[in-house]
Design a protein around this ligand. Sequence first.
Ligand SMILES: C[S@@+](CC[C@H](N)C(=O)[O-])C[C@H]1O[C@@H](n2cnc3c(N)ncnc32)[C@H](O)[C@@H]1O
Length: 282
Amino acid sequence: MDNVVIDDDYDHKDDTIEYILENVLMPDDGSCEFGNLRELYNCKLVHSCTCTSQIKCCMDKESCCHGGRFKYHHSIVGKELVLKHEIDLPAIIECSDLCGCSAEHCLNRCVQIGPRKQLEIFNSPLYRSLGLRTMIDIPAGAFVCEYAGELLTLAEARRRLKLNDREEVMNYILCLNEYTNVSEAGSSKKLLVQSTIVDPSRRGNIGRYLNHSCQPNCDLKAVRVDSPVPKIGIFALRDIAAYEELCFHYGGDDPPTTVPSNAKPCLCSSSMCTGVMPNTTI
Ligand SMILES: C[S@@+](CC[C@H](N)C(=O)[O-])C[C@H]1O[C@@H](n2cnc3c(N)ncnc32)[C@H](O)[C@@H]1O
């Protein structure tokens, strides 16, 4: 996205962390797995739309090949894009520089613009560590920020997870799985199509400060702009009031049903709390 300047100037409270705006590759470890990851990371999506409308550009499935996953939310001062409510939300692919539409009128460019304003990293009394909160109301479906960090291979993620466990430090590694539904012998089952593993512990953005809740106010969506490697977008699951802490479920859409013996106690204190943090085994 050569022409887009991401307006993201949040400070981190910790200057040992390299602040990044978007996912970056982990250091080259010489493995084949890293070679494959680098190849994927360096590929471009060439699926571009030919929309040219000045109003509601790229909003409809009919008019835009990307399907227009966003709409304007009108009850907030100024226009804000929010995700359309769809039961089974298909892949989110935003328009890019390759598209025929203009960035000014396009309603399918949201995550690429950068995180929302008025977020604050704060000392969370609930979690007894840092957290992220909003200083203003956020409407349901609105984009909060990316969960950006180093893109890891599976082997490197497993190595770092073990190290985090051994050293008893906080874990920031997140694996986002994307599935597709396939029909087989009259029944439908989920097939894993891509896993994206991100670690913002050393190089990351403000997304790294969201804590886990068993009853979260945000969730994660894979969002592609011009790369087959998705951005991990954090979106509001419901209307969120000013000063609420932002959190998502670390177990993703399919929280594990078994509790591992080394599970850490969960501090979310929600009425749905299971008492333990979701398993981070990958
Ligand atoms: C992605 S970081 C979140 C930000 C972190 N609180 C900080 O100070 O940087 C994840 C770590 O926060 C802590 N954490 C997040 N949610 C928690 C929860 N529900 N209960 C207990 N600890 C939690 C755990 O130590 C976890 O490894």
